[in-house]
Design a protein around this ligand. Structure first.
Ligand code: PRX
Length: 655
């Protein structure tokens, strides 16, 4: 039934509603997990709980030890060997799934491709052989810099098949960001494409890759997918660069899956932290796959008949866990879309849902807020009646957006799972279970069975129901990061030093529980900004700004933004003798885009003669936040020079 266009009054009523939503009985009757006792059983013996889920996977050799925990290092399912690609592909080939669609792809220009499990297995085996022929060995790292096309999943699975770890770099990152990530991981092979489609334009990935490789010594081979069919615009370096389709022509179709130890590295994924340098989050094999498999099965209620669409790019962890590994380990049909939600028109998502009969949609609040702004006439043009479950991820979902999603996309019948997790956690940790949880707009419900979370004060003491504090995880879980690639000291410091005495993992998020004990996430408590669901380090943006020859000092903060959740405001003091100008503002924004990528581009740049600092020289970001959001200034007594703030505020108001 198409969504209805609502008069303003009705929308207003929706926005103020505070109802809770008990599970839909007809949904619950056939859900994958229906027994509310699962929470208690898992809490009583979390190791046995996880082991029973791990045993649903295929192991070449069963594990003999569930967990060894030497804080802060966990080892899950030791003694066992398995292969992630085998679990995502080969396991599904003997029965009815072999001819089922594994990936349904829609390119931005409207081209489509369907790969059955049989097809995907063949392509992955062939590409595994290509990688081997190009010298990639078990234990090597491979960087993947691709658009959202099936080759991205094929490349990831091929790495997993032969035991090489992948490091996927989001295609929207700049050449500099790619260079830094290649250097840190010491990858030996890079997989990229000539380009990808975005709002009718070609994003030139190969050109950025060439720039990133200048001066690089680790990459020996580059494999280039021909996506945009305009090879003339791509320069190929003799001996180093090879076209994907050429290498695949003669590649053998058989490639045995490498038996991997449960704790062997599966991938590295870089994410922003509160210091400038991105952190290489390291995920291993058996525990990670158990986490993503189990959460996909229970939270998304994944069934063979589903057409599941997670709109994240494979460049982010959501793409790793819930586009590729979790759904394919469940034998699901995964929809992949390459482009923007408003191209060529603002109903592209809804037209895709109608066209392919999507049953499960997993997207981000920032997208939902944009859809709200565009109006209900866009979803209203399409039949969305195939949808049966909706998910949200990446940032807190505001109740207005939740209700809108429920009403206009879910037709008031689909459960919504607001899922909290992080690159570091590997899989969803706080979430409703659709047949068991009474959901409420703005709450991510409760920890997944087997997960031990709490909200604590700065001394690590539980704050109790209804109070706010720091979100912590009290016990190891299978899909947790194992370390930061090449920097275990930083791993200990970032996640484990804050509550060292208690041995808790510090998530970096603030949270509170409501009167039912359900979790409400309150956003980051460190110098990380969440821009449109993407983690941006203020320090990284500041470093990019001070890298510009005109800038003396910079401080960035996240200010509230209607669509993106947060937007970056940069306060910049420029060097003597340089003029403030709109041109310079534009140039600085461009400089950040070039240095890091468009997601880090500041929305506003304010010039300041000086930045407000404490007497010990620390920039008082809290005051900048107050200024940017037009609030009354908080405590200014620790400022070295109070006149700086007054000057800044008047400049801000004038701009
Ligand atoms: O602040 C939390 C926010 O996103 C951060 C993790 O970002 P990243 O590693 O990029 O992974 C994003 C996708 C899992 C968290 O520390 N976050 C994620 N999901 C939610 C959320 N905040 C509130 N509610 C959520 N559902």
């Amino acid at each position: 039934m198409p969504a209805q266009t609502q008069p303003a009054q009705a929308i207003e009523a929706l926005l103020t509603e505070v109802r809770s939503f008990p599970p839909n009985p007809s949904f619950a009757a056939s859900a994958n997990i229906q027994d509310p006792g699962v929470y208690e059983a898992a809490a009583a013996d979390p190791e046995a709980f996880w082991a029973s889920l791990a045993r649903e996977l295929h192991w070449f050799k069963p594990f003999d030890n569930i967990l060894s925990w030497t804080p802060p290092h966990a080892r899950w399912f030791e003694g066992g060997t398995l292969n992630v690609a085998y679990n995502c592909l080969d396991r599904h080939l003997s029965g009815a799934r072999r001819n089922k669609a594994a990936i349904i792809f829609e390119g931005e220009p409207g081209d489509t491709r369907v790969l059955t499990y049989w097809d995907l297995h063949r392509e992955v085996c062939k590409f595994s052989n290509v990688l081997k022929q190009r010298g990639v060995q078990k234990g090597d790292r491979v960087t993947i810099y691709l658009p959202m096309i099936p080759e991205a999943a094929i490349a990831m699975l091929a790495c997993a098949r032969i035991g090489a770890a992948h490091s996927v770099v989001f295609g929207g990152f700049s050449a500099d960001s790619l260079r830094e990530r290649i250097h840190d991981s010491q990858s030996t092979l890079l997989i990229t494409a000539d380009g990808g489609w975005r709002r009718g334009n070609i994003v030139r990935l190969k050109a950025a890759a060439d720039e990133a490789l200048e001066g690089n010594t680790s990459i020996k081979q580059v494999i280039v997918v021909n996506r945009t069919d305009d090879p003339t615009r791509v320069s190929m370096h003799e001996g180093r660069d090879h076209w994907w389709h050429r290498l695949m022509e003669d590649a053998p179709t058989h490639c045995a899956a490498e038996p991997m130890e449960s704790e062997d590295l599966l991938y590295i994924l870089y994410t922003s932290g509160s210091t400038g340098k991105p952190k290489g989050i390291a995920h291993t094999t058996g525990g990670y796959l158990t986490g993503v498999y189990a959460t996909t099965k229970w939270i998304f209620d994944m069934k063979d008949s589903d057409v599941y669409w997670c709109t994240a790019d494979v460049g982010w962890v959501t793409g790793h866990s819930y586009v590729v590994y979790g759904p394919l380990a469940n034998g699901a049909t995964v929809l992949m879309y390459e482009g923007a939600p408003d191209w060529p028109k603002r109903d592209r998502f809804w037209s895709i849902i109608e066209k392919f009969g999507v049953t499960i949609l997993y997207t981000a609040p920032t997208a939902i807020r944009a859809f709200m702004k565009w109006g209900t006439e866009w979803p209203g043009k399409h039949d969305l009646s195939t949808l049966r479950l909706l998910g949200s991820v990446g940032e807190p979902i505001n109740p207005e957006a939740w209700i809108w999603y429920h009403k206009f996309i879910g037709g008031e019948r689909c459960p919504i799972v607001d899922t909290w997790w992080q690159t570091e956690t590997g899989s969803i940790l706080i979430t409703p279970l659709p047949a068991l949880s009474t959901t409420k707009p703005g709450s991510a419900s409760r920890p997944f069975p087997g997960i031990s979370a709490d909200i604590v004060n700065e001394h690590g003491e539980s704050v109790g129901t209804g109070n706010g504090g720091f979100l912590v995880l009290k016990k190891p879980w299978p899909s947790m990061l194992r370390t930061l690639w090449g920097d275990d000291v930083r791993y200990r410091e970032v996640y484990w030093s804050r509550f060292e005495k208690q041995g808790y993992y510090f998530a970096g998020d603030g949270a509170k529980t409501d009167s039912d004990g359900d979790y409400v996430l309150l956003g980051r408590v460190d110098d990380v900004i969440n821009v449109a669901g993407h983690r941006v380090s203020t320090m990284e943006v500041e470093s990019a700004l001070v890298d510009h020859p005109s800038v003396a000092e910079a401080a960035c903060i996240g200010r509230t933004h209607e669509i993106k959740g947060q937007a970056i405001s940069a306060f910049v003091s420029i060097k003597d003798g340089i003029e403030h100008s709109q041109e310079l503002q534009a140039e600085l924004k461009e400089h950040v885009t070039k240095k890091i990528g468009a997601i880090c581009r500041p929305d506003d740049i304010f010039f300041a003669a000086e930045l407000p600092k404490t007497r010990s020289g620390k920039i008082m970001r809290r005051l900048l936040r107050d200024i940017a959001e037009g609030r009354a200034l908080g405590d200014t007594t620790t400022l070295a020079d109070p006149s700086v703030v007054a000057a800044l505020r008047s400049q801000y108001e004038d701009s």
